[in-house]
Design a protein around this ligand. Structure first.
Ligand code: NAD
Ligand code: TYD
Length: 350
């Protein structure tokens, strides 16, 4: 029996982690804490919301007294922390929101855990979910390993780097059992359509321009979101205290090549003539401080904990497109209202 607090469980990756833990461990009690920002959506968890071992708590991790009270009321055995502001473009427009949630929010959780777990750190675990973007950008060669120096460039990655440092500091200073994983770009179902893949799917579907930043030559290493959730499960249960793991798909794609592949898949799925969706590709002004290339060396995780990605990218991307085409209502709901004003602001002058 374990009572686990999962933060950010109504978001993209968090909902896959919550689903996996609720379904795989019926004897665990899973408490999903989420503020339900624009990125949080309880419809992501409709299939497990009535399970006996699942509960939802609407709370903001920047609210220190509320977080502290929750930890006093509930005797959590562990935290898996995913709640974050997660979109680089939004961090460029409003860095402070990223400091508040990603840095202060993480420290609030660490403080509440420290206060309530004192004397029993050996039986508790704080798992912090982070990103490969903390390592900065690569040139044409090389990969990020767990010992690569931190060199974040965007306000998003700077805030995640800061939160990683705080988690390590609480392990080193107070002896809390903390674990961190740094993962590459995820893709899959329930992904909010501000990020490249779901935004492109939505635009292709609606015959709207597909914005490609700069020359489309930036490289990302894409991982199926359910493989990330499985890695979190394995690391949570098997890693040593204070350890760090990189998680990645060994699956590097230039943005423009990825978009062409997506256009081909969409042509097939929508019954369009070959090459039709690609006509929507539109080169726009580059992102400020745009990291050229990310690539993750996940050999430590593969060798020590026997984790390997399960899906080939082409197969995963086709499955992802199917999900978006079959879940039109989900897509329409999340792209109505505030999404339209975000989209206009982000793309109108590009
Ligand atoms: P997301 O934006 O889809 O979801 C974030 C969730 O956190 C949302 O449900 C939101 O409501 C919640 N949240 C935001 N601010 C909050 C606050 N102040 N209090 C409580 N809840 C709050 O993000 P995601 O893509 O699912 O990313 C989840 C985690 O994984 C993040 O920590 C992110 O840095 C990390 N990560 C993401 C990727 C990726 O490719 N998306 C890759 C590596 C690591
Ligand atoms: P994104 O999905 O925002 O993830 P991240 O910046 O965290 O890697 O972007 C992935 C890549 O796609 C990145 O190089 C920026 C690029 N991109 C575009 O070319 N057009 C877009 O409209 C978006 C959102 C991203």
């Amino acid at each position: 029996m374990k009572k686990i607090l999962i933060t950010g469980g109504a978001g993209f990756i968090g909902s896959h982690v919550v689903r996996r833990f609720v379904n795989t461990y019926p004897d665990y009690e899973i408490v999903n804490l989420d503020a339900l920002t624009y990125a949080g959506n309880l419809a992501n968890l409709g299939d497990i919301q009535d399970k006996d071992n699942y509960r939802f708590v609407k709370m903001d991790i920047t609210d220190a007294p509320a977080i502290s009270e929750l930890f006093e009321q509930e005797d959590f055995d562990a935290v898996i922390h995913l709640a974050a502001e997660s979109h680089v473009d939004r961090s460029i427009a409003d860095p402070t929101a990223f400091v508040m949630t990603n840095v202060i929010g993480t420290v609030n959780l660490l403080n509440a855990a420290r206060e309530n777990w004192k004397g029993s750190y050996d039986k508790k675990r704080f798992y912090h979910v982070s990103t490969d973007e903390v390592y900065g950008a690569l040139g044409e060669e090389g990969m990020f390993t767990e010992t690569t120096s931190y060199d974040p460039h965007s306000p998003y990655s700077a805030s995640k780097a800061s939160s990683d440092h705080f988690v390590r500091a609480y392990h080193d200073t107070y002896g809390m059992d903390c674990v961190i994983s740094n993962c590459s770009n995820n893709y899959g179902s329930h992904h909010f359509p501000e990020k490249l893949i779901p935004l492109a799917i939505n635009n292709i579907k609606n015959n709207k321009p597909v914005p490609v930043y700069g020359k489309g030559e930036n490289v990302r290493d894409w991982l199926w979101v359910e493989d990330h959730a499985r890695a979190i499960d394995v690391i949570f249960h098997q890693s040593k205290t204070g350890d760090t793991y990189n998680i990645g798909g060994h699956n590097e794609w230039k943005n423009i090549d990825l978009i062409h592949l997506l256009c081909e898949i969409m042509d097939q799925k929508l019954g369009r003539a070959a090459g039709e969706s690609a006509k929507l590709i539109t080169y726009v002004t580059d992102r400020a401080g745009h990291d050229l290339r990310y690539a993750i060396d996940s050999s430590k995780l593969q060798k020590q904990l026997d984790w390997v990605p399960s899906l080939q990218f082409e197969e995963g991307l086709a499955k992802t497109v199917d999900w978006y085409l079959q879940n039109e209502e989900w897509l329409n709901n999340v792209t109505s209202g505030n999404y339209q004003s975000y989209y206009q602001k982000q793309y109108e002058n590009k």
